[in-house]
Structures are given as structure tokens and as C-alpha cells.
Design a protein around this ligand. Structure first.
Ligand code: CA
Ligand code: CA
Ligand code: CA
Ligand code: CA
Ligand code: CA
Ligand code: CA
Length: 687
């Protein structure tokens, strides 16, 4: 047995004193308060000890639907199925050696919802998906084929997304990756698809999910408890340690088990010597208890796993005690007994926390090839409509580490122009400059501190530079958009500087073979701004101020700094910072919609183009299972057109940058969504 630090030995001594009847309130060891004891009453699920007693779950049905059933991972003994009431044994699953099990409730199968169990198999590194033949009852495989994880499975937990309703299982692996698989009901059985991996650390094991908050908690034996966003499009880098092993305050040596029930997270520490509770959301500590054998119960061994969920009269806690003196066993304990020790209300009788209501969600039909650089490289986008053959229209992407990229509507990259760090891009087609009709593409070039200008050669389907970049005098040109005046046909480019939202408006003029620009207006938004779009028909200029909200200015050079607030972040507003890309869907007769990237919430806001820019609603871009295209999140730039672009996009096209290109993890790219999907999801008429 390894030598433990003195303080912890003293704590074990303290526990012994406590059990000998010492006054808990005054018992202090090394200036640390000894946690109160939690008496585990004898309610053993096993008449016969199983081969091993590892993880387990309880399926509590509505009383009239039948008795509660227990499913346990018994290692070499396979999966066992028992009635909770009397421990009666039903047919389980032999032939696999499960260490871990998790249960998804309300899983849709052929139009009905029921429980789905996920169990690991030690030898094959496979996951088995199972359901219960209720009439028998008996466990039976539900998968088309087992899911191969390629690693030693060290923990399992399920997640049901409140945003999309989709079901997932998280798989902690001995290789330090937390795998996320989506589970779907398919023809003939349940299908699993690995949607992302989150690299956490080689000691990860037990996990538990807070569905309402969209958070997964993962124990790393040697590190503590990680909190990570559970949505597959969530920011994996945005993780937090809610408990740290080995530090002064937390003092545990290791975390072995995790359970989550309604608004409480439980962590089993140091082979079950202690149990720490946390309040959700936020994971603030509710204190620690020491599990001890209650009266009539044989001594506890080393508790290895914990699970909590609904029971017949409120919640139940399941403890796995594989090394108990009497043989491996599982014990079920009423939630209320722990709640009493923690001096918490018996939360099991309370309603589950409300979950976020699902947003209308659309899916992309095409994703572009990933950009050339790693990291946050893709940014803004502009759609060029081929007037002769709209199905051959093109997408210009600003790649802010290298230049401009050109894609066809199938997402194939046709060209990379490495002309500098291009942040934003916009275009106008068929404008007249110096008596010549042309298409102009403008991009903010941070390398040159300039506006780079291009045209698009329809024959070769390539971008062509028009003269030298136009200097802006700005240290860091950032956001950019174009405006063509309906009054006089003049062509303008708006560019902003990256820090205070200082805008300049340049009038483009023909200069010999090239194009020059003259600064005609300056104004300051107040803080970091980027996205902008001008409505040529109405003369409105829309600007997003990233931390603040959405503004409407006048696009004519005499517009000054007068502005109207359309929406805001924070109190009184609907948006979540950063507010980023902006584009205009131009319907007939001045109608249409303003599309805004609401980056802080990973979704998109729609406003009316007319009618005072009235708010229409939010939508999200989710994953397409059929096409294997992930959803879009953390979107910077976007563009939209109402032009019919051939059979693939007959009612127009929305293109958005995807900050997290997953399934598999790749460099960033752009997602293409047919507009009719947005219209259908939002209940909008098609023009
Ligand atoms: Ca970004
Ligand atoms: Ca743009
Ligand atoms: Ca941002
Ligand atoms: Ca930005
Ligand atoms: Ca994505
Ligand atoms: Ca992808």
C-alpha cells in the first residue's frame, strides 16, 4: 500500500473517531473540519454477488408501466438486469466484458421513446448499444454494429441537447481524448457517429452531463474535474477545472466517480472515502460527506463508481462497491438521505431545471474545402453571381492569415490569392466606373493597411487584381463593405480600424488602368466594430459594434454620425457579444432580411429589411447527419443572396464562416445553406 501524506492518515483516524461516536461538530483534524458521515443503509441489489460490480444505472418507469429495472456492468460477468424491488434476475448480455454503462432516456426508436443503454466492452474497445425488451424483460442489442472506439474506455455518459434534441454519448478514453458520438435511430438499428474529440488528459475517466446547462463534467483522476461545453459545436478550449485534486482546499488525492442528479453534481473521492457535492449550474461546493455503512450494513469496501437518477420516491444513488468484504455489490440509497446530511432540500421531489428552448435549426448542403491555415483563419465571405450561368456562381472567402480564396458552389477551392492578411471582403456587380461596366471586389488588407481591389473574370473563373492596393492610412483596416448610391451610381468602400470603430468612407474613382479612392467621410462608432453592409436601394448602412449591438447609419457621404439602434447586447437587447457578420437578403419591392451573426450564442438573427428593421427571430445551423456536414458556430463573416443559383440553390444562398469545423476536426471552412431552408425554419414566405 502506498504511503499517504500524514494529514490524510490523520483524517482516516479522524473518521475512525467519528465512527466511535465522537461529536462531529467539534471533531477537527489538522485544522480541517471532518465531514459529516453519510450512512449508507443496506439495500443491496445483488442476491448473488456478480463477478464484478462496476458501473450501473436504474431505469425508473412510470409506476403503471412496470417496476424499476437495474442494469449493471459486471465485467467478466457481462451485463446484468435486475428488478430494483427484489433483486430478481432477468436475462442480461453475456459475451462482453463491460466496465462502464450509461443510459439515455427518451431515446426515439421507430416513433416511440425509451431508454437506450451504452456499455463498453473491455476486450474489443467497442461500445454496445442496448435496449430492453419490456415484455420479457430482457436486454437486447439495439445497434447495427458495435461502435469501435479504438481506445480503452474509462468512462461513459450521455447527453441530450436542449438546443437540438439530439442524443450523444461521451466516451472517456485511456488515450486522453473525450470522444463525442451522436446516436440516431436508423433503419434496422441505432447508429453511432463520432462527431468530435476533446483532448483533456491521460487520466480522464468518469463523466456526467448537465443537460440543462449543456455541460459535461469529466474526472481526471490526477487533476480534478473538468467542465466542458457539451454541444458538439461548443468551444472545447473554453474548459474550466471545477475541482483540483491535491491543492490545499480540495485536498483529495483522486476522483474516481461522478454522478449528476438535477441540480447537484457528486464526486466520489479517494476510493469512496469521501463524497463531495456541488450545486449546479456553476459547480459551487456544497460540502463533503463520508460514506459509512449504515446500521445493519456490512462494511463498505472501496467505492469505485457512482450514479444518480430518478427513483420511485424521488432520486436514488447507486454505489458500486467491487471490493466489499461480502463480495462485489451494488447498493441503492435514497437521494433524500444524502440531501439531509448536506442540509439540502430533498431536491428529488423538485422539477428538473428548465432547459433552453430549441431554436429553429437548418442544415448546410455543402461545406467548402478547409482553408489553408490552422487556427482562426477563415473570416468574411462574398457571393459572386454568374449572370450567364447562375449555377456557376462563386464564393470569395477572406482568409485572414494569407489572402483571398475562391470556391465553386460545390465547395471546391479554385484559387488562392496570397496577397496579404485579408479580413473582410465585399463586392458589387455591374457598376460603372470611368464609363466602364465592371464587377468590383474589395477586401481589407491588414498586411498592406489598404483596400485591395479585384475583378472576377467569368471566363477563366479567376479573381484578377485591379492595380495597386489603395492605402487607407489606417493602422489596421478590419471590417469592410461596399455601397453603390442609387442617387448617382457612385461606388464607395467603407473600412473600419480595429480598435475604436473608426470608419472611413472612400469614393472609388477610375485612375488610368487602375482604381483610386478618395476619403469622403469619417465617423467613430465608439468601440470595436467589424461587420457592415449597405442597402443600396434605401441608402442604409448597417454596422455591428461587437460588444454593443446593431446600428443603422446613412450610407451617403453626408450621413455624418447620426444613427439608430436596431438591437443591443445585454440588458434590453437580444444579442450576445460578439455581434459579427452582416448581410442583406434582398427581396422584391425593398423587402427582405438582414442576417446577423450572433457569435456569442452561436446562432443567427434575422431582422426585416423594411418595417423599421423589426426583429424576426433567431436560427441555428446544425449538423446534417445524412451528408456528414457539421453545424456552424462562432461565425465571423457571412453573406447571403436572393438570386436563384441553379438547382442546388433555387431560392438563394446563405454562406457562413464556421469557426469550428468538426466531424472530423479540420481547419476552418464555410458552410452553404439553401435559403429555402432558412425560410421554412423561420416561417418566411419565399419570394
Ligand atoms: Ca473567428
Ligand atoms: Ca462580406
Ligand atoms: Ca469575435
Ligand atoms: Ca470580429
Ligand atoms: Ca462547425
Ligand atoms: Ca466539417
Amino acid at each position: 500500500m502506498p504511503i499517504r501524506p500524514l494529514r490524510l492518515n490523520l483524517q482516516v483516524l479522524g473518521l475512525a473517531l467519528l465512527l466511535a461516536g465522537c461529536d462531529q461538530g467539534r471533531a477537527r483534524v489538522a485544522a480541517e473540519e471532518v465531514p459529516p458521515a453519510w450512512a449508507v443503509a443496506p439495500d443491496e441489489l445483488a442476491a448473488e454477488p456478480p463477478a464484478e460490480a462496476l458501473a450501473g444505472v436504474v431505469w425508473q418507469r412510470a409506476a403503471e408501466a412496470g417496476p424499476a429495472l437495474f442494469v449493471g456492468a459486471a465485467g467478466a460477468g457481462g451485463l446484468v438486469l435486475r428488478a430494483v424491488e427484489d433483486g430478481r434476475e432477468y436475462p442480461g448480455i453475456a459475451g462482453i466484458e463491460p466496465d462502464h454503462i450509461a443510459m439515455a432516456t427518451g431515446f426515439p426508436r421507430g416513433g416511440r421513446a425509451g431508454p437506450l443503454f451504452v456499455a463498453s466492452d473491455r476486450g474489443s474497445a467497442n461500445l454496445w448499444l442496448l435496449d430492453i425488451d419490456v415484455a420479457a424483460p430482457a436486454l437486447r442489442p439495439a445497434h447495427l454494429q458495435p461502435l469501435y472506439t479504438g481506445t480503452e474506455v474509462t468512462g461513459l455518459c450521455t447527453y441530450r441537447s436542449p438546443a437540438s434534441g439530439r442524443h450523444y454519448v461521451f466516451v472517456a478514453g485511456g488515450d486522453g481524448l473525450l470522444q463525442q458520438w451522436e446516436l440516431t435511430d436508423a433503419q434496422g438499428g441505432v447508429r453511432g457517429r463520432r462527431v468530435r474529440d476533446v483532448a483533456l488528459g491521460a487520466g480522464i475517466g468518469a463523466c456526467a452531463v448537465d443537460d440543462a446547462a449543456g455541460t459535461v463534467y469529466v474526472a481526471d483522476e490526477q487533476v480534478g474535474i473538468w467542465q466542458v461545453a457539451a454541444e458538439p459545436e461548443g468551444d472545447a478550449a473554453d474548459r474550466r477545472l471545477v475541482m483540483h485534486v491535491g491543492n490545499e482546499r480540495d485536498a483529495a488525492r483522486e476522483v474516481s466517480g461522478l454522478a449528476l442528479y438535477r441540480d447537484t453534481l457528486l464526486a466520489l473521492l479517494d476510493e469512496g472515502e469521501r463524497l463531495q457535492a456541488f450545486a449546479l449550474p456553476g459547480a459551487t461546493s456544497l460540502g463533503m460527506v463520508v460514506p459509512v455503512a449504515g446500521s445493519g450494513n456490512a462494511a463498505l469496501g472501496e467505492l469505485e463508481a457512482i450514479w444518480a437518477g430518478d427513483g420511485a420516491d424521488g432520486g436514488v444513488i447507486l454505489l458500486s462497491d467491487p471490493k466489499a468484504a461480502a463480495g462485489p455489490r451494488w447498493q441503492l440509497v435514497p437521494w433524500a438521505s444524502l440531501a439531509a446530511v448536506l442540509q439540502r432540500p430533498p431536491v428529488a421531489t423538485g422539477a428538473p431545471r428548465a432547459t433552453a428552448s430549441a431554436l429553429p435549426t437548418v442544415t448546410a448542403t455543402v461545406e467548402t474545402e478547409p482553408v489553408d491555415d490552422h487556427g482562426d483563419a477563415a473570416d468574411d465571405v462574398a457571393i459572386w453571381v454568374d449572370p450567364a450561368d447562375p449555377a456557376k456562381s462563386l464564393i470569395i472567402g477572406a482568409q485572414k492569415k494569407r489572402g483571398l480564396e475562391l470556391y465553386d458552389l460545390g465547395g471546391r477551392r479554385l484559387q488562392l490569392l496570397a496577397d496579404g492578411r485579408m479580413n473582410n471582403v465585399d463586392l458589387r456587380q455591374g457598376v460603372t466606373l470611368g464609363g466602364q461596366r465592371m464587377d468590383i471586389i474589395a477586401a481589407s488588407n491588414r498586411t498592406r493597411g489598404a483596400i485591395s481591389l479585384y475583378t472576377l473574370d467569368a471566363r477563366s473563373r479567376r479573381l484578377q487584381s485591379i492595380g495597386e492596393p489603395v492605402p487607407t492610412g489606417m493602422r489596421d483596416p478590419y471590417g469592410l463593405c461596399m455601397y453603390v448610391s442609387a442617387r448617382d451610381g457612385r461606388v464607395y468602400v467603407f473600412v473600419n480600424n480595429s480598435d475604436r470603430g473608426e470608419f472611413g468612407q472612400w469614393l472609388l474613382e477610375r485612375h488610368g488602368a487602375g482604381i483610386g479612392a478618395r476619403l469622403v467621410r469619417e465617423f467613430v462608432v465608439g468601440s470595436q466594430a467589424e461587420g457592415c453592409v449597405a442597402d443600396d436601394a434605401s441608402g442604409a448602412l448597417y454596422i455591428t459594434e461587437e460588444d454593443v449591438g446593431l446600428w443603422r447609419y446613412a450610407a451617403e457621404p453626408d450621413g455624418g454620425d447620426a444613427r439608430d439602434r436596431i438591437d443591443a447586447t445585454g440588458e434590453g437587447g437580444r444579442l450576445a457579444a460578439d455581434v459579427e457578420g452582416l448581410a442583406l437578403f434582398q427581396g422584391p419591392g425593398g423587402g427582405g432580411y438582414l442576417v446577423v451573426s450572433n457569435q456569442g450564442a452561436d446562432n443567427y438573427a434575422l431582422y426585416r429589411r423594411d418595417a423599421g428593421n423589426a426583429f424576426v427571430g433567431f436560427f441555428a445551423i446544425g449538423a446534417s447527419d445524412d451528408l456528414g456536414i457539421d453545424g456552424a458556430s462562432e461565425t465571423d463573416g457571412l453573406d447571403v443572396t436572393s438570386h436563384a443559383l441553379g438547382p442546388a440553390f433555387p431560392h438563394g444562398l446563405l454562406v457562413v464562416q464556421d469557426g469550428r469545423n468538426i466531424t472530423p476536426a479540420e481547419r476552418q471552412n464555410f458552410k452553404l445553406v439553401p435559403w429555402e431552408r432558412v425560410a421554412a425554419a423561420m416561417g418566411l414566405p419565399l419570394p
